[in-house]
Design a protein around this ligand. Sequence first.
Ligand SMILES: Nc1ncnc2c1ncn2[C@@H]1O[C@H](COP(=O)(O)OP(=O)(O)OP(=O)(O)O)[C@@H](O)[C@H]1O
Ligand SMILES: [Mg+2]
Length: 512
Amino acid sequence: MSEILVLKNITKAFPKVIANQDVNFSLQKGQVHALLGENGAGKTTLMNCVCGLYQQTSGEIFINNQAVRIDNCSQAVAHGIGMVHQHFMLVPELSVAENVILGLKREKDFFIKIEDVEREVAELSEKYHFGLNPKAFIKDLPVGMQQRVEILKVIYRQASIIILDEATAVLTPQESEELFHIVENLVKQEKSVILITHKLSEVMRLADQVTVLRDGKVVGTVSKEKTNERELAKMMVGRDVLFDFKRGKELEKSLKMNVENLTVIDTRGIEKIHQLSFSLYSGEILGVAGVDGNGQLELSEALTGMTTYHGGSITLADKTYKHMSTKESYRNGVSHIPQDRQHTGLIMERSLEKNMILADYWKKEFSSYGFLNQKSITKHAATLMQSFDIKASSPLARIRELSGGNQQKVILAREISRGPDILIAVQPTRGLDIGATEFVRQQLIDERDKGTAVLLISTELDEIMQVADRIAVLYKGEFMGILDRDCLDVHEIGLMMAGVRKKEMEGGYDEA
Ligand SMILES: Nc1ncnc2c1ncn2[C@@H]1O[C@H](COP(=O)(O)OP(=O)(O)OP(=O)(O)O)[C@@H](O)[C@H]1O
Ligand SMILES: [Mg+2]
């Protein structure tokens, strides 16, 4: 066994934050080394130093026992390092093969024939079982396939060290399973993998070694054989994480939202929501389970006025809408935690405190006579930073400078703290560390206990089972049935997720 990558005393300081401090790390050839840590612990930053996006402030990087300088991404590539970032950097209008050679700077590039690249891509795809068609356009591929293009890009550049930053966060369980096979194959071919993840089950499944970071420092490195999920969680968070939730008594319910025959057709003319009807009540969490891509996004966007619907109606507070704008939804007390939080919901170049009041700046507490009340805006942000444990240098930090998970927390804090009547939360814990995940789930329950009507759309069945009062299963734009928390049957939910209606199971009875 030989050390292919060694980091010695790496420190990376930004003007106001020390993201990594004296980090020692070593990756063995042909192994998977998982990098764990809370949101903002410094995982992405450390790997950005390795792949040339940042330069470390001090410390040394060794590759095959040679000290190297990595000043930019092409030097990293020359050293055999490739990183797959959480946000893909692909051009949707180009083919797989075209994307693979994009940005390659080699002399012979000038003479490159796309047919040759397509052949090479096909060969690599076969070798690593990617199942990619080199001629397919990126825009036509599902997320899981797009991610494989990113991985193939890295392999095409002959990377021997492959860094995956929260690779499964955007994948369905099925796609994640396929990615695990890919990682296993990479290792068989003598590649070495660094895996950043928040999911401890992935660590236990794939990793040989595990390093835990906390506040930029290494807490410890352990071999997978000698640890377990509980110990890792404790190393990360500094306490036990039990997912033991407190749930208030059921309140008297009143109707908050009524959806009647809702139909949504997407831009390609495909029907994504088909004549869907349901009611949402105060003081309950209605969980919408289902495999990703069955209309979750379209449903949440229709309910919050972000997309037009083509049939049916939505009734909020006694008013029935055939069309609804985001403004109308918002004015009716609807809060929205959107699925794609980098593109909807945050302004990356603005400060944290401004992002906390994006739609509320006109409220009395934040402005008077047309002037913003700076003091109260900063105070509001500071309070939310405290209660949601948002790590940032100050309320003035730009969103772009926050870690991925802390960016998520800004939206969560803003939308939950508004005191909504209705809270529509889509994948609210995606990208959050285990402690923050526990916290956010409890927040959803607390909202319910306060009388808020919560619609939780999530592909994580665990999440839904832990918090929801009723569970609806979405399949091809329709509910296959709605189950009560008290009579949950995982097997039944599984069948519904695969498209079997509840009434088909029971011979005619359907409570949906
Ligand atoms: N460009 C930057 N400018 C200033 N500070 C930054 C920058 N990039 C990262 N940081 C800070 O460095 C710290 C570590 O961030 P990093 O993104 O490495 O965390 P992470 O472990 O990847 O967290 P997550 O799990 O949320 O993705 C954070 O406090 C973050 O705000
Ligand atoms: Mg990160």
